[in-house]
Write a protein that binds this ligand. Structure first.
Ligand SMILES: Cc1cc2nc3c(=O)[nH]c(=O)nc-3n(C[C@H](O)[C@H](O)[C@H](O)COP(=O)(O)O)c2cc1C
Length: 207
């Protein structure tokens, strides 16, 4: 599935998404490849009132400056090239006409009417992260095929207690990633399309 038009949706409308549509999106993402078809992840889906309560708790946590943490440790260092990409992204984001909205939208979890949490085993190998990442990207593409926007964000998982309040997540699993799903609002921020590296920056070919 080649796709050059997907981008992150940082502002969702209030419109709820039909449960069957959400289940189709997750089920289509299950076509992602994984190590010997291990499919080494679980999915927890918050919708309706539960998603609203999670968004409210999150907003409170951010506004109270509650210390955040994640069950999977984020990268502590980056390569110089990745660092440069991040700086470039920050520059583009801060120069976007709606840049002032970034913080607020992260605080309100982008008003996502549905939130998908992907868990993996706490002691998972990096290959499991590959599989879960492919699954997550599959969900972003499936959402777009259904006319929905999607938002993969660290923000969804940085207060794990918000999620444990509603889901019984097995003790040996870590909340790895959160993806917001819903209909994109008309907000200009949803047009933000950061570019990508020139291909020759990441590719070495020998003929
Ligand atoms: C693991 C991960 C965490 C992310 N966390 C955030 C976040 O907390 N806030 C945010 O605004 N964007 C977040 N993003 C979105 C990225 O900024 C975005 O995917 C990237 O800039 C490329 O833009 P695009 O998705 O619009 O193509 C995250 C993406 C990934 C894959």
């Amino acid at each position: 599935m080649t796709n050059l038009t997907r981008n992150s949706t940082r502002s969702f409308s209030d419109k709820q998404v039909n449960l069957d549509t959400l289940k189709s999106i997750i089920s289509e993402a299950q076509q992602a490849p994984s190590w010997e078809n291990s499919q080494p992840y679980h999915v927890f889906l918050a919708t309706g009132d539960t998603a609203a309560k999670i968004r409210a708790a999150h907003e409170k946590n951010v506004n109270n400056k509650t210390k955040s943490w994640t069950e999977v440790v984020p990268p502590q260092t980056w390569t110089p090239a990745a660092d440069a990409n991040i700086l470039d992204w920050q520059y583009q984001a801060s120069n976007h006409p709606e840049s002032k909205e970034f913080g607020g939208l992260n605080t309100t979890l982008f008003n996502a009417p549905a939130i998908v949490y992907i868990t993996i085993k706490k002691d998972a190998s990096n290959y499991v992260a590959y599989d879960a990442g492919a699954f997550g990207y599959g969900m972003l593409l499936a959402a777009q095929n259904h006319g929905l926007g999607a938002m993969p964000a660290y923000g969804f998982v940085r207060y794990p207690e918000e999620i444990h309040e509603y889901f019984e997540i097995p003790e040996d699993e870590a909340i790895f990633m959160g993806i917001g799903l819903g209909y994109a609002s008309e907000d200009e921020i949803n047009q933000f399309r950061p570019g990508r590296n020139d291909l020759d920056k990441i590719l070495q070919i020998k003929g």
